[in-house]
Ligand binder design. Structure first.
Ligand SMILES: Nc1nc2c(c(=O)[nH]1)N[C@H]1C(S)=C(S)[C@@H](COP(=O)(O)OP(=O)(O)OC[C@H]3O[C@@H](n4cnc5c(=O)[nH]c(N)nc54)[C@H](O)[C@@H]3O)O[C@H]1N2
Ligand SMILES: Nc1nc2c(c(=O)[nH]1)N[C@H]1C(S)=C(S)[C@@H](COP(=O)(O)OP(=O)(O)OC[C@H]3O[C@@H](n4cnc5c(=O)[nH]c(N)nc54)[C@H](O)[C@@H]3O)O[C@H]1N2
Ligand code: SF4
Ligand SMILES: [Mo]
Length: 555
């Protein structure tokens, strides 16, 4: 029998390990990888049925220009030429990439490098904008870096788990199973904070049907309760947390139990039950996702949760953490390479010394010096005629962005649209001048990072179908044709991984926790054999430096 190939599920940020055994052409048996730390062999129904996705029905199998099949050379030359001409005529900010948490870290790295270092614009944003840009901003504000200070093992070691704005039973089923296992094993209590009574509430001890958009008030009410009942941790705060002077003054006014209950539309007795449970349980993990992130107050909501954990010392210890869980399989990898318009690369922002550092590392001729357009603004700018060439990779904004009708109109009016996708016909590719066939799951080769910072390999076990090519290959071929041959001379994903690792370590004397120094000299064979690993070590290391409280915006 053929040996199973260890890879990672393509569906969500839990990042479950998979053992895939090829059975014949386009046929594979799927089971959970017992040795993977994210799932220990378990799979949800989506992962279990991954084998059914490897058929070629509907796949895009060769490049298409207009509605005609084209050779790779012709298609790549055309993309490079049109981007070059647009930049020459209208400047670097007249072009944009809209990319995706479905890309692998290596794909993402090359796309980000091309846009921010060589084209010279910050105009690369990602569908992860829709899920977690608030989480990124919240972590940056609280910790000075986009670090999620949690591990899945914390769920096994917690006595209380709070799910805020997260329908975990549906959206992150293996995390939910892990929570239920902790309940069975150690009597862990589960509280769900969600305006709707979802399936996730069925397995909970308490459901708080909070009024939508009042989570900041709820968290500050909890903090005020802890303050009043001796539930904060002054020693921890003194050691690790920079508090704005008026912090407690704000918390203490207007956040008593009754006011909070009224604001959140909750019965005071139920709220008190929750506060008491929290105050009595040092080992608490608060998981949150879209009910927190996808909000006009998303960042404040994230910080309100993190602040509760900082002020009560429930962070950096076994079973205690604020835990943002991610949606897409590689949303975290995208955050690490800087795939958002508001970040630069390797957890650095656009501060001048960062721009200079990354520019030196890349030997970049045209470093972007400021953030680019974020997803919604990007398509708005296109609608106004300011973006004249767009390249969409691994996402379907024509239906997934807010105000999708306007997004479709914007793309229809854009002079040049390129779409890289695995499928021939998507709502977005209907607007494409050039369609490029990408490699899909089972064919792709590279790494992904899951919600708890575990990096895993996605390994190919199927040949590339038709003329499909990996995304990193497509991007570097365009970059080379745009004139940057040496900077994009990659032959395999391992080379890109090493470069990414070197950049995280470059002139990094501890300022950035994301430091993959140990990976930087890894050989090709070691890359192929890479075992899942979590960067940043144990979260306790992270609490060892001063963590400023968010300074504004939490009220
Ligand atoms: N089956 C399946 N699983 C998926 C995906 C999929 O498409 N299908 N997609 C993946 C992706 S990309 C993502 S981002 C994740 C999303 O995973 P989740 O974040 O769990 O997704 P939602 O269903 O949006 O759940 C958000 C919850 O927040 C609640 N909510 C709304 N407003 C508020 C509020 O103001 N306060 C609070 N406290 N709660 C609120 C909603 O009622 C809802 O139950 O799922 C991932 N998993
Ligand atoms: N109404 C509504 N809208 C939403 C949401 C919602 O809950 N409700 N959720 C939002 C959220 S959280 C998210 S994450 C977004 C998701 O929205 P999208 O990013 O649009 O998600 P998908 O439909 O998964 O699109 C992924 C595309 O990538 C292609 N693809 C898959 N793998 C590869 C690959 O390796 N390479 C390339 N080049 N292409 C590939 C697929 O064929 C598909 O066309 O939607 C957001 N929009
Ligand atoms: S929980 Fe997510 S990563 Fe795990 S098997 Fe299900 S879809 Fe895949
Ligand atoms: Mo998402």
């Amino acid at each position: 029998m053929t040996e199973a190939i260890r890879t990672t599920c393509a569906y969500c940020g839990v990042g479950c390990g998979i053992a895939a055994t090829p059975l014949g052409p386009r046929s594979v048996a799927i089971r959970g990888d017992e040795a993977h730390p994210a799932n220990a062999g378990r799979l949800c129904s989506k992962g279990t049925h991954l084998g059914e996705t490897v058929a070629l029905t509907g796949r895009l199998l060769h490049p298409v220009i207009g509605s005609k099949r084209a050779s790779w050379d012709k298609a790549l030359d055309l993309v490079a030429k049109r981007f070059r001409e647009t930049i020459a005529r209208h400047g670097p900010d007249s072009v944009a990439f809209y990319v995706s948490g479905q890309l692998l870290t290596e794909d993402y790295y090359v796309a980000n490098k091309l846009m921010k270092g060589f084209i010279g614009s910050g105009n690369i944003d990602t569908n992860s904008r829709l899920c977690m840009s608030s989480a990124v901003a919240g972590h940056n504000r609280a910790f000075g870096e986009d670090v999620v200070p949690a591990r899945y093992e914390d769920l096994d070691e917690a006595d209380l788990i709070i799910l805020v704005g997260s329908n975990t039973a549906w959206c992150h089923p293996i995390v939910y199973q892990r929570i239920q296992a902790a309940r069975a094993a150690r009597g862990t209590k589960l509280v769900v904070i969600d305006p709707r009574r979802t399936e996730t509430c069925e397995g909970a001890d308490l459901h708080l049907a909070v009024k939508p958009g009042t989570d900041v008030a709820l968290m500050n009410g909890l903090l005020a309760w802890c303050d009043r009942h001796g539930g904060t941790d002054p020693t921890f705060m003194q050691r690790h947390v920079d508090m704005p002077e008026d912090f407690w003054e704000h918390v203490r006014s207007g956040h008593d139990l009754w006011t909070t209950a009224k604001t959140c539309d909750l019965a005071p007795a139920v709220l008190q039950q929750f506060f008491e449970l929290f105050a009595a349980t040092p080992r608490t993990v608060t998981l949150f996702s879209q009910g927190i992130n996808q909000s006009i107050r998303g960042t404040d909501q994230v910080n309100a949760i993190i602040n509760v954990h900082l002020a009560t010392g429930r962070i950096g210890k076994a079973g205690a953490a604020p835990f943002s869980i991610t949606g897409q399989p590689n949303a975290m990898g995208g955050r690490e390479v800087g795939g958002l318009a508001s970040t630069l690369a390797a957890h650095m922002d656009f501060a001048p010394d960062n721009v200079a550092r990354v520019g030196r590392f890349w030997a970049a001729p045209n470093m972007a010096t400021k953030p680019g357009l974020k997803a919604v603004d990007l398509f708005r700018a296109m609608d106004e005629g300011r973006i004249k060439a767009l390249w969409v990779m691994a996402t379907n904004p024509a239906i997934s962005l807010p105000d999708a009708g306007r997004v479709r109109e914007a793309m229809a009016s854009c002079p040049f649209v390129v779409v890289s996708d695995i499928m021939a016909d998507t709502d977005t590719s209907a607007h494409a001048h050039v369609r490029l066939p990408a490699a899909g799951w089972g064919e792709k080769d590279g790494t992904v990072t899951n919600s708890d910072r575990t990096v895993s390999r996605q390994r190919p076990f199927l040949p590339l179908p038709g003329e499909a090519r990996p995304d990193w290959w497509i991007i570097k071929e365009v970059a080379r044709r745009m004139g940057w041959r040496n900077a994009f001379a990659y032959d395999r994903p391992a080379e890109i991984w090493r470069e990414h690792a070197r950049l995280t370590a470059y002139q990094n004397d501890g300022q950035r926790l994301l430091n993959l120094r140990s990976q930087a000299a890894m050989g090709n064979e070691a890359y192929d054999a890479m075992q899942p690993f979590r960067w940043g070590g144990r979260p306790s290391r992270m609490a060892g430096f001063r963590q400023p409280m968010a300074r504004r915006g939490w009220f």
